[in-house]
Design a protein around this ligand. Structure first.
Ligand code: UDP
Length: 479
């Protein structure tokens, strides 16, 4: 029999855990489908030299995925100047590019790399693909709709003269639901800003200079948008787009024993609990924490609220309360007075990291109040959990528009007071989703999507076939 040759793939990620998880889960999927013939090296720029609090994830990777953590880049000037997480991520990745190059070049001396896949926030790495004469791809960990926004960003920039949020009427992109300018990604919201300039530059790089874009979505979820992009791509000026999703987190959740929140969920009725999370970095104002807490309480619905953080508008590291100076290292101090005591039978509040995928898969979960980070959206869809869409930043408003207006698997929270969703509306949303007729229809829809999501990644599913095509292309580079 002929000897099995190993195909080497290099990945380049960015200093953001949810991006790292997504690209590495893609690698796992590739290895799972093509056992033993691939070896993956993932190069990861870092922001600090302290070990990642997420080491459980990296420690559990299969032996043929190898991570190289680069020495941390200096980014303190970025951190202190109030720049957004998105700019920090992109600029810190940019600053790591010379080490990325060195690592790739030295890797290519000992192994024959077939393809390079770089995170969408690190498109500069594609240059090294050209230099090393290997196939190179972008991994886009967001929706096809947001990719479409990126592809059209230059045209929009030429056609729209005002700020997008002031644009009258909706913005129509081929195959996408019409969205308001306000729902475009954050980086487009101030056209004089550095964020916007970097965004436009990044989007230009998406359009050419590589062999394709792998997007974490699936045909059945965003059929029209995907078709519109590929028709344009067919002999047109768009690159090839491969829908490889839903790619979601698998494997251990970080805690050895069954964690407190899962034990608590075990004791609840099926479909009875609202899961509340604003993702790995989302924060609320003090006003909003109060309204949300009171809304949850008034709804009388069971809830599991995780990742509670100190408010984003607190004046200093300590603050005065009735009893004197309070140490606010503990975010629970920012909940309304007496809330925890009054709701101790109704809900559980956690400040730390939760095993989200296990939570969403738990039979007691009935709905997800989510900030609509794309990973959370996909995880909710995969588990058939309807959502209350409560976007905060980045491209989360576009995702919220997609899941509510487009896919109709979510109710969307509306801000009433400036930037605050009030408790009366929170109660309406919760009751509407967990009890109302509209909620039933949303539940039916999301169960339908769950089936489609699961079939996309089954043997012969649309995404499985797409990954198989890529894998064959990469393997054949050797023969
Ligand atoms: N996550 C988790 N536990 C938490 C918070 C988040 O496991 O307590 C995971 C979640 O399952 C998802 C990712 O972290 O896979 C967050 O990614 P997303 O795109 O939803 O939002 P981001 O954190 O990037 O805003």
């Amino acid at each position: 029999s002929s000897p099995i040759t190993t195909t080497h793939i290099a990945l380049v990620s960015v200093p953001a855990f949810s991006h790292q998880v997504s690209i590495l889960e893609f690698a796992k999927r590739l290895l799972h489908l093509h056992a033993d013939t691939f070896h993956v090296t993932c190069i990861i720029p870092t922001l600090s030299s302290s070990p990642s609090k997420h080491s459980f994830f990296f420690d559990s990777l299969p032996h043929n995925i190898h991570c190289i953590f680069l020495p941390s880049v200096n980014f303190h000037d970025l951190n202190n100047n109030g720049v957004s997480v998105e700019i920090q991520t992109q600029l810190s990745a940019s600053r790591a590019m010379s080490s990325v190059r060195e690592t790739l070049v030295s890797l290519s001396k000992t192994t024959d790399i077939s393809a390079l896949v770089a995170d969408a926030m690190a498109p500069e790495a594609l240059e090294f693909g050209k230099e090393l004469n290997i196939l190179s791809y972008i991994y886009f960990p967001c929706s096809t709709m947001v990719l479409s926004v990126c592809f059209h960003s230059q045209n929009l920039d030429e056609e729209v003269s005002c700020e997008y949020k002031d644009h009258p009427g909706l913005i129509h992109l081929p195959g996408c639901i019409p969205i308001s300018g306000r729902d475009l990604p954050d980086s487009m919201q101030d056209r004089g800003s550095l964020a916007y300039k970097l965004f436009l530059q990044r989007c230009q790089r998406y359009l050419n200079g590589h062999d394709g874009i792998l997007v974490n979505s699936f045909m059945e979820l965003e059929e029209e948008a995907t078709k519109a992009i590929s028709q344009h791509g067919n002999g047109g000026d768009y690159p090839h787009v491969y829908s490889v999703g839903p790619i979601t987190q698998s494997g251990p959740s970080g805690s050895k024993s069954r964690c407190e929140c899962l034990l608590w969920l075990d004791k609840q009725e099926p479909n009875s609990v609202l899961y509340v999370s604003f993702g790995s970095g989302g924060t609320l104002s003090q006003d909003q924490i109060d309204e949300l807490a009171l809304g949850l309480e008034l709804s009388k619905q069971k809830f599991l609220w995780v990742n509670l953080r100190a408010p984003n508008d607190r004046a200093s590291a300590t603050y005065f309360s009735e009893g004197g100076l309070v140490d606010d290292d503990d975010p629970l101090h920012f909940l309304p007075k007496g809330f925890l005591e009054r709701t101790k039978e109704q809900g559980l509040v956690m400040c730390g990291w939760a095993p989200q995928v296990e939570v969403l898969g738990h039979r007691s979960i009935g709905a997800f109040l989510s900030h609509c980070g794309w990973n959370s959206v996909l995880e909710s869809v995969v588990h058939g959990v309807p959502m209350i869409a409560w976007p905060l930043f980045a491209e989360q408003r576009s995702n919220a528009a997609l899941v509510s207006d487009g896919l109709k698997v979510a109710l969307r929270a509306k801000m009433k007071k400036p930037s605050v969703v009030v408790k009366e509306d929170i109660v309406k949303l919760i009751k509407g989703l967990m009890e109302g007729l509209e909620g039933q229809e949303i539940r039916r829809k999301v169960k339908e999507l769950k089936k489609l999501a699961n079939s996309a990644i089954m043997e012969d599913g649309s995404s499985t076939r797409t990954i198989a095509n890529l894998a064959n292309k990469w393997k054949n580079k050797h023969t």
